[in-house]
Design a protein around this ligand. Sequence first.
Ligand code: RIB
Length: 309
Amino acid sequence: MSVVVVGSINTDITSYSEVLPRIGETVMGNSYAMELGGKGANQAAAVARLGAKVEFVGRIGADAFGELALGRLAEFGVSTRYSAKDPESATGIAVIGVDAQGQNAITIVPGANLRLGEKELLEALASFERTKVLMLQLEIPVATCVAAARAARERGVIVVLDPAPAPLAPLPDELYSLIDVITPNETEAEVLLGLRPRTLEEARRAAHELVARGVRAAIVTVGERGAYVASSLAGDTEGPVAPFVVRAVSTVAAGDCFNAGLAVALSEGKNLMEAARFASACGALCVTKPGSAASAPKREDVEELLAGT
Ligand code: RIB
């Protein structure tokens, strides 16, 4: 395996409407879709679509949604042999609204995702032995992320943490020290650091602050202004990553595709700046399509976008 993802899996129910409803309001939608989602599953699907071998370690409920979601992940070519079925919980669900500008609002009901723990990790450790990159997000217990990151670090595996959704409590110091690359967007950086980066200069400062907390490198994204890469490793170059200008249809899973691109590039031995640029192209292409896992870009489209700049 090039990549192991320990993370969430959801069924997403997504409505598309001109505007998102305000509190107390009902709006008419144009269409809807029910599909595979969850940040972990989206990232695994996107890694597979980019052509890398990937293992997904997650937990579904004992219901039809869970079977559908795992089945869809397998159709992407993701291995799910270490994912578990929880007889006592429902599969995670996300209710998503997308407006005509491609902006979204998401409510998740995590269900079985919040019971992903030691049992699955212990069983999956065999796959850690043979992998290059571990991908984590925050839709599963933080304790599971710490345990997975610890196991990865002991085996020399690169750990990428997408701190999404923004955590409700400060992340443990130990987790920072186990992360190779952390990838917050503006909102997540604001929650982690107490200051929202809006410009590249502010992203630079935020990235350095995260490095000071113990991560080896940080990539702070600031939407259409691009991203900033900072690293504590002597061999890494740091600096801004220029954005790709695209027409947004839906921003759902853009962060997931960014992180998938980063993990694939790092697993192939690209340096951090090259990997961040590859990630940025993946995130940009994702927003040109509707859907969650379904919006993951193909490798040839990413290469074409990169070649054209
Ligand atoms: O990042 C997008 C994902 O967030 C959706 O697929 C939804 O399930 C939530 O987890």
